[in-house]
Design a protein around this ligand. Structure first.
Ligand code: GRF
Length: 203
């Protein structure tokens, strides 16, 4: 299977996926990495792995629709089976998402449906939650609202700050995202009627 990864920043999830592919744990090829920021370190990780690294700077587009149209035409040149959002910090238009229905995955740093959007770690601490975590889900037009495939939990310790918590959550992310991508690439994971289905079981 072929994968296009979209990101905006560090790319530690991208790196985990690259590493699992090179260890032959995932039978797939990342055919392009696209960022909306030219400073995204994920672009350097892609180059180091010999993957085409492309920046489509969102500041040079007048509207979200224009940006997503350009993004889609770039993605379509690579004709991927799967689009992986790995820290891509832009909201995608419904038209974009519907065009790739069932073929876009995202990782979100909370136990969805809790804490959609930003500042998830601080919000979990402020709420006095005892646990927090990350979720991998299919992307639908509803922001952070698509069907969840897999969640991983971490405890929140007293006096833990948001950065420490984020580090622990991201450690989990780097384990769980490659696993979900592996399932997708083995045709075991699908989105059917807005539900995530693994090995013919609704999740
Ligand atoms: C991760 O915490 C992910 O959950 C969120 O953005 C962060 C990306 O980290 N969507 P990285 O760029 O993969 O290191």
């Amino acid at each position: 299977k072929s994968i296009v990864v979209l990101l905006s920043g560090n790319g530690s999830n991208l790196q985990a996926i690259i590493d699992e592919i090179s260890r032959q744990k995932i039978n797939a090829k990342i055919v392009a990495v696209i960022a909306n920021q030219k400073t995204a370190y994920g672009l350097i990780r892609a180059e180091n792995a010999g993957i085409p690294a492309i920046c489509i700077d969102h500041t040079s587009f007048a509207s979200r629709e224009d940006y997503d149209t350009q993004m889609a035409s770039c993605i379509n040149e690579f004709n991927p089976n799967l689009i992986v959002l790995a820290g891509f910090m832009r909201i995608l238009t419904p038209a974009f998402v519907e065009n790739y229905q069932g073929r876009i995955l995202n990782i979100h740093p909370s136990l969805l449906p809790k804490y959609k959007g930003l500042q998830t770690h601080q919000r979990a601490i402020d709420a006095g939650d005892e646990e927090h975590g990350a979720s991998v889900h299919f992307v639908t037009p509803e922001l952070d609202g698509g069907p969840v495939v897999l969640q991983s939990k971490v405890p929140i310790f007293e006096q833990q700050d948001a950065q420490e918590l984020a580090d622990r959550v991201q450690q989990q992310e780097r384990q769980m995202y490659p696993l979900v991508i592996k399932w997708f690439c083995e045709d075991r994971l699908k989105m059917i009627d807005n539900k995530a289905v693994l090995d013919n079981q609704i999740l």
